[in-house]
Design a protein around this ligand. Structure first.
Ligand SMILES: [Zn+2]
Ligand SMILES: [Zn+2]
Length: 402
C-alpha cells in the first residue's frame, strides 16, 4: 500500500498538473493542428521538431536540438531530484498519407505532459526528460538514439499512441527487414537466352516460395515482400533483381527463426535460377514491446479518472498488430505505450481516413487527455516508492523471461 501522506501530495499535484494543461489547451491544440498541416516523413521532421522545441523554449525550458546524433531529435530535461522519467514525442508522418498514424497527437501530448509538469516548478518531485524521437515509421530513430545514450539513467519511459479505442497496452511485435539482390548473367533474350542467368526468375521463385511459407508459419507471423528491381528491358535477360522484405513475429526469438526460413526461400530461388543471392539484413530491428504492467495499470487508472473507458487487449482481433521502435526502449527500461481513442471506431492505421480524423475535435481531446494521463502517471511514480519497486520488479521478470 502506498504511503497516505504521499498519496495526498500526489493528489494535489495531479490536480495542479491537469489545471496547467487545461490552461495551455488552446496553444497545444494549435500545435497539434500545425504539425498535422505540415507532415514530414522520417528523418525530415525539421519543421516539426523545431515547432515542438520552440514551444518548450517559450516555456523557459532548455532544449537540445539536434540531439543524440540525429538532426531532427531533441531533448529537454528539467526538475528536481528523484526518479528520472522519460516522455517520448513522435512527430514523423507517412509518405503520401500525412499524419495517418497520428504522430501529431503523440508529439503534442508529450509536449503537453512536459509543459504541465514543468509548470509545477520546484514542487515536481523528480525529473523529466522529454525526448523528441524522429523516424518511427521505418528508420528506427529510437534505436539510434538509444545507442547514443538517450534512455540512459531513465527509470522508465512512456508515450501514448492514437487508436480507435482506449487500451492500456497493445500487441506490438518484433520486426526486421532485409534486402535480397539476385545476381545473374545478361544475354540477348531472343538470340542466346540459354547463355543467360535470369536473376528475376530467381527472385520470383523466391517470392513464390515465401508466399507458400506464409501458410506454414503461425498466424501471428508476417512476411511482406516487394520487388524493387526486375530488369531493364524485355530483350535482355535480367542480370540483377532486387527484392525488399519485412518480417514480423511476436518475439525476437520467433523473428530469428522466421528470418532463417525466409532466407532459405531466397537461397532456393537463387539456386533454381542458377543465380547468386546476396542478402543484407537491415541494421535496425524493432523488438516486441514489453508493456510494464504496474505502469500500464497506473496510466489506465489516471485515464479512467478523465472519463475514459478501457477495453481488454484480448478483445482485439488477432490480426490487429503493429511494430514500433519503442519496443526496443521497453527492453532497456520499464515502458508503456498505451493507446487512446482518437479516431472513430474501425478506422484503420495508415489510411487517409485516419489522417483526416487526427485533426478532429475528438483527436484534440484525446491529445489533452493523453497529456494529463501521462503527467498524472509521472507524478504517481515520483511520489510512490512502492510503485517504483513494482515497476522495476515487473521489468526484471519480463526481461529475464524473454
Ligand atoms: Zn504507424
Ligand atoms: Zn504510429
Amino acid at each position: 500500500m502506498s504511503n497516505p501522506k504521499r498519496s495526498n501530495r500526489a493528489k494535489d499535484l495531479k490536480v495542479r498538473v491537469c489545471q496547467a494543461i487545461d490552461t495551455r489547451a488552446a496553444a497545444l491544440i494549435e500545435c497539434a493542428l500545425d504539425l498535422h498541416a505540415h507532415p514530414e516523413i522520417a528523418f525530415e521532421e525539421v519543421r516539426s521538431a523545431a515547432a515542438l522545441a520552440d514551444r518548450l523554449r517559450q516555456a523557459g525550458l532548455e532544449v537540445t536540438l539536434p540531439a543524440y546524433g540525429l538532426d531532427t531529435a531533441f531533448a529537454a530535461e528539467f526538475g528536481t531530484t528523484g526518479p528520472v522519467l522519460g516522455i517520448v514525442a513522435e512527430y514523423d508522418a507517412l509518405p503520401g498519407l500525412g499524419h495517418a498514424c497520428g504522430h501529431n497527437v503523440i508529439g503534442t501530448s508529450a509536449l503537453g505532459a512536459a509543459l504541465g509538469l514543468a509548470d509545477l516548478g520546484d514542487d515536481l518531485p523528480g525529473r523529466i526528460r522529454l525526448l523528441g524521437t524522429p523516424a518511427e515509421e521505418g528508420g528506427g530513430g529510437k534505436v539510434f538514439m538509444a545507442r547514443e545514450g538517450a534512455f540512459d539513467g531513465l527509470d522508465c519511459a512512456m508515450m501514448v499512441h492514437p487508436a480507435d479505442r482506449n487500451l492500456s497496452r497493445f500487441p506490438l511485435i518484433a520486426a526486421a527487414w532485409m534486402t535480397a539482390t539476385f545476381h545473374g548473367r545478361s544475354a540477348h533474350a531472343a538470340a542466346t537466352p540459354e547463355a543467360g542467368i535470369n536473376a528475376l526468375d530467381g527472385l520470383v521463385t523466391a517470392y513464390n516460395a515465401i508466399a507458400a511459407l506464409r501458410q506454414q508459419v503461425p498466424g501471428d507471423h508476417r512476411v511482406h515482400a516487394i520487388i524493387r528491381e526486375g530488369g531493364t528491358a524485355t530483350n535482355i535477360i535480367p542480370d540483377r533483381a532486387v527484392g525488399a522484405f519485412g518480417l514480423r513475429a511476436p518475439s525476437r526469438e520467433a523473428l530469428e527463426a522466421l528470418k532463417i526460413r525466409v532466407k532459405d526461400c531466397l537461397q532456393a530461388g537463387a539456386m533454381a535460377a542458377g543465380a547468386q543471392v546476396e542478402i543484407v539484413d537491415d541494421p535496425v530491428q524493432y523488438h516486441e514491446l514489453i508493456s510494464n504492467t504496474p505502469l500500464a495499470d497506473c496510466f489506465r487508472t489516471n485515464a479512467e479518472g478523465l472519463g475514459r473507458e478501457f477495453e481488454a487487449v484480448e478483445d482485439l482481433s488477432g490480426s490487429n498488430v503493429a511494430s514500433t521502435d519503442f519496443g526496443n526502449v521497453s527492453h532497456l527500461i520499464p515502458a508503456i505505450h498505451p493507446m487512446m481513442a482518437t479516431v472513430p471506431r474501425g478506422t484503420a492505421f495508415h489510411t487517409p481516413q485516419f489522417a483526416q480524423h487526427c485533426a478532429d475535435d475528438v483527436a484534440m481531446t484525446a491529445m489533452l487527455d493523453a497529456a494529463k494521463a501521462m503527467a498524472m502517471t509521472a507524478i504517481d511514480i515520483m511520489c510512490d516508492a512502492d510503485l517504483q519497486n513494482d515497476m522495476k520488479t515487473a521489468f526484471r521478470r519480463a526481461t529475464t523471461q524473454t
